[in-house]
Design a protein. Structure first.
Length: 152
């Protein structure tokens, strides 16, 4: 049997498929619908609808706590790559970088072969001579540089 978090995720993704503008949900109403606490809804949104997974999430105060979820448009790869670059920050872990790279493959921005090359370039193994406190900064710089070159 599927976990409640998985069911909520599928439900929200199905709603997103039907619109290009994104969805706006009320946390409390969704919690009542699924017979769970509102924090369960927060957990699903916070872990399954992240920027690195290709979503814009915005919480709106008042009226019972509305949440807006939008899928990042990948119809224009340049815009998606710029979104990733701007949202990444100055540092990135290997795990988070690989999530972005996997999304690039899923959205047909890069090939599977290219993803393997990029993953190798930003891996902890490739950065083994770099001080531990600098690896995530250098990894972010490398990944951003690759994405900028891909968008030209």
């Amino acid at each position: 049997m599927a976990r409640l978090s998985d069911v909520i995720e599928v439900f929200l993704k199905d709603l997103l498929k039907d619109t290009e503008d994104g969805i706006e949900i009320q946390r409390n109403e969704l919690a009542i619908y699924f017979k769970c606490v509102p924090s369960q809804i927060n957990y699903v949104i916070g872990t399954r609808f992240t920027t690195e997974k290709g979503y814009f999430v915005e919480s709106k105060r008042g009226g019972g706590g509305y949440i807006s979820i939008k899928r990042v448009s990948v119809s224009k790869p340049y815009e998606y790559l710029m979104h990733v670059i701007l949202s990444m920050g100055d540092e990135i872990t290997q795990q988070s970088a690989e999530i972005y790279i996997n999304n690039f493959v899923d959205y047909n921005i890069i090939s599977l072969r290219d993803s393997k090359l990029i993953k190798a370039a930003i891996s902890n193994n490739a950065l083994k001579e770099v001080d531990a406190d600098k690896k995530d900064k250098i990894r972010a710089d490398i990944l951003k540089n690759i994405m900028i070159r891909m968008s030209v």
